[in-house]
Design a protein around this ligand. Structure first.
Ligand SMILES: *Cc1c(COP(=O)(O)O)cnc(C)c1O
Length: 426
Protein backbone atom coordinates (compact mmCIF):
# COMPACT_ATOMS: atom_id res chain seq x y z
CA UNK A 1 0.00 0.00 0.00
CA UNK A 2 2.84 2.39 0.86
CA UNK A 3 4.73 1.62 -2.30
CA UNK A 4 5.37 5.21 -3.34
CA UNK A 5 4.96 6.96 -0.06
CA UNK A 6 8.57 8.05 0.34
CA UNK A 7 8.79 9.49 -3.14
CA UNK A 8 7.32 12.83 -4.10
CA UNK A 9 5.76 11.38 -7.23
CA UNK A 10 2.71 10.07 -5.37
CA UNK A 11 2.04 13.57 -3.98
CA UNK A 12 2.34 14.99 -7.49
CA UNK A 13 -0.04 12.37 -8.82
CA UNK A 14 -2.64 13.27 -6.15
CA UNK A 15 -2.23 16.96 -7.04
CA UNK A 16 -2.75 16.27 -10.71
CA UNK A 17 -6.11 14.62 -9.92
CA UNK A 18 -7.22 17.36 -7.54
CA UNK A 19 -10.25 19.33 -8.76
CA UNK A 20 -9.61 22.15 -6.28
CA UNK A 21 -6.01 22.80 -7.30
CA UNK A 22 -7.06 25.74 -9.48
CA UNK A 23 -7.93 27.72 -6.34
CA UNK A 24 -4.31 27.91 -5.19
CA UNK A 25 -3.58 30.71 -7.65
CA UNK A 26 -6.53 32.69 -6.31
CA UNK A 27 -4.48 33.47 -3.20
CA UNK A 28 -1.70 35.99 -2.80
CA UNK A 29 1.62 34.21 -2.49
CA UNK A 30 4.18 36.19 -0.48
CA UNK A 31 6.99 33.81 -1.29
CA UNK A 32 7.06 30.72 -3.47
CA UNK A 33 9.04 28.71 -0.92
CA UNK A 34 6.50 29.30 1.84
CA UNK A 35 4.17 26.50 2.92
CA UNK A 36 1.40 27.99 4.99
CA UNK A 37 -0.26 25.61 7.44
CA UNK A 38 -1.93 28.19 9.63
CA UNK A 39 -5.13 28.77 7.69
CA UNK A 40 -6.98 27.55 10.77
CA UNK A 41 -5.75 30.64 12.63
CA UNK A 42 -5.54 33.30 9.92
CA UNK A 43 -6.54 32.35 6.39
CA UNK A 44 -4.53 33.57 3.40
CA UNK A 45 -5.41 36.66 1.38
CA UNK A 46 -7.48 36.04 -1.77
CA UNK A 47 -6.34 38.17 -4.71
CA UNK A 48 -9.96 39.09 -5.49
CA UNK A 49 -10.20 40.56 -2.01
CA UNK A 50 -7.29 42.91 -2.69
CA UNK A 51 -9.13 44.17 -5.77
CA UNK A 52 -12.46 44.35 -3.98
CA UNK A 53 -11.08 46.26 -1.00
CA UNK A 54 -9.25 48.65 -3.31
CA UNK A 55 -12.57 49.35 -4.98
CA UNK A 56 -14.44 49.77 -1.69
CA UNK A 57 -11.77 52.11 -0.35
CA UNK A 58 -11.32 54.24 -3.50
CA UNK A 59 -14.79 54.28 -4.95
CA UNK A 60 -17.17 53.68 -2.07
CA UNK A 61 -15.34 55.44 0.73
CA UNK A 62 -13.20 57.86 -1.32
CA UNK A 63 -15.67 58.98 -4.01
CA UNK A 64 -19.11 58.33 -2.63
CA UNK A 65 -18.36 59.04 1.03
CA UNK A 66 -21.41 58.86 3.28
CA UNK A 67 -23.74 58.13 0.35
CA UNK A 68 -22.21 54.65 0.36
CA UNK A 69 -24.18 53.79 3.48
CA UNK A 70 -27.36 53.66 1.40
CA UNK A 71 -25.70 52.51 -1.79
CA UNK A 72 -23.63 49.62 -0.41
CA UNK A 73 -23.11 49.39 3.30
CA UNK A 74 -26.32 49.56 5.31
CA UNK A 75 -27.37 45.95 4.81
CA UNK A 76 -23.88 44.48 4.30
CA UNK A 77 -23.86 42.64 7.66
CA UNK A 78 -27.10 40.90 6.63
CA UNK A 79 -25.96 40.17 3.08
CA UNK A 80 -22.69 38.61 4.22
CA UNK A 81 -24.67 36.67 6.84
CA UNK A 82 -26.80 35.38 3.96
CA UNK A 83 -23.70 34.09 2.18
CA UNK A 84 -22.47 32.36 5.33
CA UNK A 85 -25.91 30.75 5.81
CA UNK A 86 -25.33 28.81 2.58
CA UNK A 87 -22.26 27.03 3.94
CA UNK A 88 -23.72 26.12 7.33
CA UNK A 89 -27.11 24.82 6.21
CA UNK A 90 -29.08 27.73 7.66
CA UNK A 91 -31.76 30.10 6.39
CA UNK A 92 -30.74 33.52 5.07
CA UNK A 93 -32.70 35.24 7.82
CA UNK A 94 -31.03 33.30 10.60
CA UNK A 95 -27.45 34.55 10.25
CA UNK A 96 -25.83 37.95 10.71
CA UNK A 97 -22.24 39.17 10.90
CA UNK A 98 -21.25 41.43 13.79
CA UNK A 99 -18.62 41.98 16.44
CA UNK A 100 -16.21 39.24 17.53
CA UNK A 101 -16.96 35.59 18.19
CA UNK A 102 -16.53 36.24 21.91
CA UNK A 103 -19.07 39.08 21.94
CA UNK A 104 -21.57 37.06 19.92
CA UNK A 105 -21.15 34.24 22.38
CA UNK A 106 -21.96 36.65 25.18
CA UNK A 107 -25.16 37.77 23.44
CA UNK A 108 -26.35 34.24 22.78
CA UNK A 109 -25.38 32.61 26.08
CA UNK A 110 -27.18 35.39 27.91
CA UNK A 111 -30.26 35.07 25.69
CA UNK A 112 -30.34 31.29 26.02
CA UNK A 113 -30.07 31.27 29.81
CA UNK A 114 -32.90 33.80 30.01
CA UNK A 115 -35.03 31.72 27.67
CA UNK A 116 -34.47 28.40 29.44
CA UNK A 117 -34.54 29.95 32.90
CA UNK A 118 -36.20 27.16 34.88
CA UNK A 119 -32.95 25.21 34.85
CA UNK A 120 -29.67 26.16 36.41
CA UNK A 121 -26.89 24.16 34.85
CA UNK A 122 -24.62 25.15 31.97
CA UNK A 123 -22.31 22.61 30.40
CA UNK A 124 -19.17 22.85 28.26
CA UNK A 125 -16.07 20.71 27.82
CA UNK A 126 -12.40 21.14 28.64
CA UNK A 127 -11.54 21.41 24.93
CA UNK A 128 -13.56 24.55 24.39
CA UNK A 129 -11.72 27.77 23.57
CA UNK A 130 -10.61 29.77 26.64
CA UNK A 131 -12.69 32.79 25.61
CA UNK A 132 -15.78 30.57 25.58
CA UNK A 133 -15.07 29.53 29.17
CA UNK A 134 -14.37 33.11 30.27
CA UNK A 135 -17.50 34.55 28.66
CA UNK A 136 -19.71 31.94 30.32
CA UNK A 137 -18.08 32.47 33.71
CA UNK A 138 -18.37 36.23 33.31
CA UNK A 139 -22.11 35.96 32.65
CA UNK A 140 -22.64 33.61 35.58
CA UNK A 141 -20.71 36.07 37.71
CA UNK A 142 -23.21 38.81 36.77
CA UNK A 143 -26.32 36.72 37.34
CA UNK A 144 -27.73 36.85 40.82
CA UNK A 145 -29.19 33.32 40.75
CA UNK A 146 -26.92 30.35 41.31
CA UNK A 147 -25.78 28.38 38.29
CA UNK A 148 -23.79 25.21 38.19
CA UNK A 149 -21.01 25.32 35.56
CA UNK A 150 -20.07 21.80 34.52
CA UNK A 151 -16.96 21.08 32.43
CA UNK A 152 -16.88 17.72 30.67
CA UNK A 153 -13.50 16.03 30.70
CA UNK A 154 -11.70 13.94 28.14
CA UNK A 155 -10.10 10.61 29.09
CA UNK A 156 -7.20 10.81 26.65
CA UNK A 157 -6.73 14.54 25.96
CA UNK A 158 -7.76 13.99 22.34
CA UNK A 159 -11.42 12.95 22.20
CA UNK A 160 -14.59 13.34 24.27
CA UNK A 161 -16.61 10.11 24.31
CA UNK A 162 -20.36 10.61 24.14
CA UNK A 163 -20.79 8.75 27.46
CA UNK A 164 -18.96 11.62 29.19
CA UNK A 165 -21.57 14.02 27.82
CA UNK A 166 -24.50 11.76 28.64
CA UNK A 167 -23.40 11.54 32.27
CA UNK A 168 -23.37 15.32 32.72
CA UNK A 169 -26.39 16.48 30.71
CA UNK A 170 -29.56 16.12 32.73
CA UNK A 171 -33.06 17.58 33.05
CA UNK A 172 -31.62 20.51 34.91
CA UNK A 173 -29.32 21.55 32.06
CA UNK A 174 -30.26 24.90 30.59
CA UNK A 175 -27.55 25.29 27.95
CA UNK A 176 -24.68 23.34 26.39
CA UNK A 177 -21.86 25.26 24.69
CA UNK A 178 -19.38 23.28 22.61
CA UNK A 179 -16.81 23.86 19.88
CA UNK A 180 -17.63 21.73 16.86
CA UNK A 181 -13.90 21.16 16.22
CA UNK A 182 -11.56 21.45 19.21
CA UNK A 183 -8.84 24.06 18.68
CA UNK A 184 -6.03 21.85 19.98
CA UNK A 185 -6.74 18.21 19.12
CA UNK A 186 -9.24 19.00 16.32
CA UNK A 187 -11.67 16.45 17.78
CA UNK A 188 -14.93 16.86 15.85
CA UNK A 189 -18.34 16.37 17.41
CA UNK A 190 -21.33 15.01 15.54
CA UNK A 191 -23.55 18.09 15.71
CA UNK A 192 -26.80 16.26 15.04
CA UNK A 193 -26.17 13.51 17.58
CA UNK A 194 -25.23 15.90 20.40
CA UNK A 195 -28.01 18.36 19.54
CA UNK A 196 -30.55 15.52 19.80
CA UNK A 197 -29.10 14.51 23.11
CA UNK A 198 -29.45 18.09 24.40
CA UNK A 199 -33.03 18.44 23.21
CA UNK A 200 -34.09 15.13 24.79
CA UNK A 201 -33.13 16.62 28.15
CA UNK A 202 -34.82 19.95 27.40
CA UNK A 203 -31.50 21.77 27.09
CA UNK A 204 -30.61 24.37 24.46
CA UNK A 205 -27.36 24.03 22.55
CA UNK A 206 -24.91 26.57 21.15
CA UNK A 207 -22.19 25.46 18.73
CA UNK A 208 -18.96 27.41 18.23
CA UNK A 209 -18.10 26.72 14.59
CA UNK A 210 -14.88 28.76 14.49
CA UNK A 211 -12.64 25.82 13.72
CA UNK A 212 -14.95 24.02 11.30
CA UNK A 213 -16.79 26.61 9.23
CA UNK A 214 -15.62 26.62 5.63
CA UNK A 215 -13.99 23.21 5.83
CA UNK A 216 -16.50 20.76 7.36
CA UNK A 217 -20.07 20.22 6.14
CA UNK A 218 -22.50 21.68 8.64
CA UNK A 219 -26.31 21.41 8.51
CA UNK A 220 -27.65 23.65 11.27
CA UNK A 221 -31.31 23.51 10.19
CA UNK A 222 -31.35 19.81 9.51
CA UNK A 223 -29.69 19.14 12.88
CA UNK A 224 -32.20 21.47 14.61
CA UNK A 225 -29.43 23.51 16.20
CA UNK A 226 -30.61 26.36 18.45
CA UNK A 227 -27.65 28.77 18.34
CA UNK A 228 -24.26 29.02 16.68
CA UNK A 229 -21.36 31.43 16.35
CA UNK A 230 -18.07 31.36 14.46
CA UNK A 231 -15.03 33.16 13.13
CA UNK A 232 -14.60 34.43 9.59
CA UNK A 233 -10.84 34.95 9.59
CA UNK A 234 -9.83 31.27 9.72
CA UNK A 235 -10.97 28.98 6.87
CA UNK A 236 -13.17 31.75 5.41
CA UNK A 237 -10.15 33.99 4.80
CA UNK A 238 -11.94 37.17 5.95
CA UNK A 239 -8.76 38.85 7.23
CA UNK A 240 -7.35 39.72 10.66
CA UNK A 241 -10.06 40.64 13.16
CA UNK A 242 -12.88 40.30 10.62
CA UNK A 243 -16.23 40.26 12.43
CA UNK A 244 -17.83 36.97 13.41
CA UNK A 245 -21.20 35.46 12.57
CA UNK A 246 -24.10 34.50 14.73
CA UNK A 247 -26.99 32.11 14.01
CA UNK A 248 -30.32 31.80 15.79
CA UNK A 249 -32.91 29.24 14.69
CA UNK A 250 -35.90 31.09 13.26
CA UNK A 251 -38.55 29.94 15.73
CA UNK A 252 -36.38 31.11 18.66
CA UNK A 253 -35.75 34.57 17.27
CA UNK A 254 -39.03 36.11 18.40
CA UNK A 255 -38.54 34.71 21.91
CA UNK A 256 -35.20 36.32 22.72
CA UNK A 257 -33.61 39.74 22.79
CA UNK A 258 -29.98 40.74 22.84
CA UNK A 259 -28.48 41.73 26.19
CA UNK A 260 -26.65 44.55 24.37
CA UNK A 261 -29.09 47.15 23.17
CA UNK A 262 -27.38 49.18 20.46
CA UNK A 263 -28.82 51.48 17.84
CA UNK A 264 -28.03 49.15 14.92
CA UNK A 265 -30.20 46.50 16.60
CA UNK A 266 -33.17 48.85 16.76
CA UNK A 267 -36.10 48.58 14.31
CA UNK A 268 -35.31 51.98 12.84
CA UNK A 269 -31.84 53.20 13.74
CA UNK A 270 -32.17 56.34 11.68
CA UNK A 271 -35.26 57.57 13.49
CA UNK A 272 -32.94 58.26 16.44
CA UNK A 273 -35.81 57.46 18.74
CA UNK A 274 -34.93 57.23 22.43
CA UNK A 275 -37.21 54.22 23.00
CA UNK A 276 -35.35 51.08 22.02
CA UNK A 277 -37.46 48.68 19.98
CA UNK A 278 -35.47 45.60 18.98
CA UNK A 279 -35.55 44.72 15.30
CA UNK A 280 -37.79 41.73 14.66
CA UNK A 281 -35.35 39.50 12.85
CA UNK A 282 -31.73 38.55 13.32
CA UNK A 283 -30.77 42.26 13.03
CA UNK A 284 -31.64 42.66 16.70
CA UNK A 285 -28.22 41.16 17.43
CA UNK A 286 -26.38 44.04 15.79
CA UNK A 287 -24.95 46.57 18.21
CA UNK A 288 -23.08 49.52 16.71
CA UNK A 289 -21.76 50.65 13.33
CA UNK A 290 -20.35 47.62 11.50
CA UNK A 291 -16.67 47.52 10.41
CA UNK A 292 -17.36 47.94 6.70
CA UNK A 293 -13.84 47.29 5.37
CA UNK A 294 -13.59 43.98 7.19
CA UNK A 295 -17.12 43.02 6.19
CA UNK A 296 -16.24 43.79 2.59
CA UNK A 297 -13.22 41.52 2.86
CA UNK A 298 -15.39 38.60 4.01
CA UNK A 299 -17.97 39.41 1.35
CA UNK A 300 -15.43 38.80 -1.37
CA UNK A 301 -13.29 36.05 0.21
CA UNK A 302 -16.19 33.76 1.02
CA UNK A 303 -17.18 33.55 -2.65
CA UNK A 304 -14.27 31.14 -3.21
CA UNK A 305 -15.59 28.79 -0.52
CA UNK A 306 -19.13 28.93 -1.89
CA UNK A 307 -17.95 28.33 -5.45
CA UNK A 308 -15.65 25.43 -4.54
CA UNK A 309 -18.46 23.85 -2.44
CA UNK A 310 -18.07 22.60 1.08
CA UNK A 311 -18.48 18.92 0.18
CA UNK A 312 -15.50 19.13 -2.19
CA UNK A 313 -13.48 21.08 0.36
CA UNK A 314 -14.20 18.54 3.11
CA UNK A 315 -13.34 15.72 0.77
CA UNK A 316 -9.95 17.19 -0.05
CA UNK A 317 -9.33 18.09 3.60
CA UNK A 318 -9.77 14.43 4.53
CA UNK A 319 -7.46 13.30 1.72
CA UNK A 320 -4.74 15.80 2.70
CA UNK A 321 -4.97 14.79 6.36
CA UNK A 322 -4.91 11.08 5.60
CA UNK A 323 -1.91 11.53 3.32
CA UNK A 324 -0.17 13.44 6.08
CA UNK A 325 -0.94 10.72 8.63
CA UNK A 326 0.36 7.96 6.39
CA UNK A 327 3.63 9.87 6.05
CA UNK A 328 3.61 10.73 9.75
CA UNK A 329 3.45 7.08 10.81
CA UNK A 330 6.00 6.15 8.18
CA UNK A 331 8.59 8.84 8.96
CA UNK A 332 7.93 10.72 12.19
CA UNK A 333 6.24 8.46 14.73
CA UNK A 334 9.51 6.63 15.41
CA UNK A 335 11.23 9.95 16.30
CA UNK A 336 9.30 10.41 19.56
CA UNK A 337 6.34 12.13 17.94
CA UNK A 338 2.84 11.30 19.10
CA UNK A 339 -0.40 11.99 17.32
CA UNK A 340 -2.41 14.60 19.25
CA UNK A 341 -5.52 14.32 17.06
CA UNK A 342 -8.15 11.61 16.52
CA UNK A 343 -6.98 8.94 14.10
CA UNK A 344 -10.41 8.45 12.53
CA UNK A 345 -11.18 11.22 10.03
CA UNK A 346 -14.86 11.13 10.96
CA UNK A 347 -13.88 12.52 14.38
CA UNK A 348 -11.44 15.10 13.07
CA UNK A 349 -11.67 18.58 11.52
CA UNK A 350 -9.03 19.98 9.18
CA UNK A 351 -5.91 20.30 11.27
CA UNK A 352 -3.68 17.68 12.79
CA UNK A 353 -1.75 18.17 16.01
CA UNK A 354 1.47 16.30 16.49
CA UNK A 355 3.19 16.24 19.85
CA UNK A 356 6.87 16.26 20.72
CA UNK A 357 8.67 17.42 23.83
CA UNK A 358 10.75 19.74 21.63
CA UNK A 359 7.66 21.04 19.77
CA UNK A 360 8.48 24.68 20.33
CA UNK A 361 12.02 24.51 18.94
CA UNK A 362 10.91 22.29 16.06
CA UNK A 363 8.35 24.96 15.11
CA UNK A 364 11.07 27.59 15.19
CA UNK A 365 13.27 25.48 12.94
CA UNK A 366 10.39 24.96 10.50
CA UNK A 367 9.73 28.70 10.32
CA UNK A 368 13.32 29.90 9.92
CA UNK A 369 13.30 32.24 6.94
CA UNK A 370 16.84 31.23 6.02
CA UNK A 371 15.61 27.76 5.03
CA UNK A 372 14.98 26.69 1.46
CA UNK A 373 11.45 25.69 2.45
CA UNK A 374 9.78 27.84 5.07
CA UNK A 375 6.82 26.28 6.86
CA UNK A 376 4.37 28.14 9.07
CA UNK A 377 2.57 25.83 11.51
CA UNK A 378 1.55 26.97 14.95
CA UNK A 379 2.57 25.98 18.38
CA UNK A 380 0.03 25.24 21.10
CA UNK A 381 1.42 24.71 24.56
CA UNK A 382 2.77 22.58 25.99
CA UNK A 383 3.90 20.29 23.17
CA UNK A 384 1.58 20.57 20.15
CA UNK A 385 2.57 21.48 16.62
CA UNK A 386 -0.67 22.27 14.83
CA UNK A 387 -0.72 21.75 11.09
CA UNK A 388 -3.78 23.33 9.48
CA UNK A 389 -4.77 22.02 6.06
CA UNK A 390 -6.68 24.53 4.00
CA UNK A 391 -7.89 22.69 0.90
CA UNK A 392 -8.22 25.80 -1.25
CA UNK A 393 -4.50 26.50 -1.17
CA UNK A 394 -2.62 23.54 0.31
CA UNK A 395 -1.41 20.77 -1.96
CA UNK A 396 -0.35 17.17 -1.48
CA UNK A 397 3.16 18.23 -2.42
CA UNK A 398 3.08 20.72 0.47
CA UNK A 399 2.26 17.87 2.83
CA UNK A 400 5.05 15.69 1.48
CA UNK A 401 7.58 18.51 1.85
CA UNK A 402 6.44 19.32 5.37
CA UNK A 403 6.89 15.77 6.63
CA UNK A 404 10.29 15.46 4.98
CA UNK A 405 11.41 18.82 6.37
CA UNK A 406 10.35 17.87 9.91
CA UNK A 407 12.13 14.55 9.54
CA UNK A 408 15.35 16.24 8.54
CA UNK A 409 15.07 18.81 11.38
CA UNK A 410 14.91 15.86 13.78
CA UNK A 411 17.52 13.65 12.14
CA UNK A 412 20.02 16.51 11.76
CA UNK A 413 19.06 17.90 15.18
CA UNK A 414 18.83 21.45 13.78
CA UNK A 415 16.14 22.31 16.36
CA UNK A 416 18.87 22.29 19.02
CA UNK A 417 20.30 25.49 17.59
CA UNK A 418 17.15 27.49 18.51
CA UNK A 419 16.38 29.05 21.85
CA UNK A 420 13.58 27.71 23.98
CA UNK A 421 12.01 30.99 25.19
CA UNK A 422 8.34 31.16 24.26
CA UNK A 423 7.08 34.68 23.49
CA UNK A 424 4.42 36.69 21.66
CA UNK A 425 1.63 35.34 19.47
CA UNK A 426 2.17 31.65 18.79
C1 LIG B 1 -10.57 31.41 17.08
C2 LIG B 1 -11.65 31.06 18.03
C3 LIG B 1 -12.33 32.06 18.74
C4 LIG B 1 -11.88 33.49 18.65
O1 LIG B 1 -12.79 34.41 19.13
P1 LIG B 1 -12.60 35.96 18.82
O2 LIG B 1 -13.58 36.59 19.73
O3 LIG B 1 -12.90 36.15 17.37
O4 LIG B 1 -11.20 36.34 19.13
C5 LIG B 1 -13.39 31.67 19.56
N1 LIG B 1 -13.74 30.36 19.67
C6 LIG B 1 -13.09 29.38 19.00
C7 LIG B 1 -13.51 27.97 19.13
C8 LIG B 1 -12.02 29.71 18.17
O5 LIG B 1 -11.36 28.74 17.52
Amino acid sequence: MNKNISSISLAKEYDSKDDLKKYRKEFYEPNSNLIYLDGNSLGKLPIKTIEHLNNVISNQWGDRLIKSWNENWYDLAKRVGGKISKIIGAGEDEVIVADSTSINLYKLVYSALKLNNKKNKIVTDEFNFPSDHYIIEGILNQFTSEYKFEIIKSNDGITIPIENLISKIDNNTSLIVLSHAAFKSCFLYDIEEITNLAHKKGALILWDLSHSVGVVDIELNKSKVDFAIGCTYKYLNGGPGAPAFLYVRKDLLSKIISPIWGWFGDQNPFEFNLNYKPAEGINKFLVGTPPILSLAAIDSSIDLVIEAEISNIRNKSIKLSEFFLQLFFDKLANHNFKLGSPRDYRNRGSHVSIQHKEAYRICKAMMDEKNEIVIIPDFRAPNNIRLGFSPLYNSFEDIWKVVNTIESIIVQKTYLTYENNISGVT
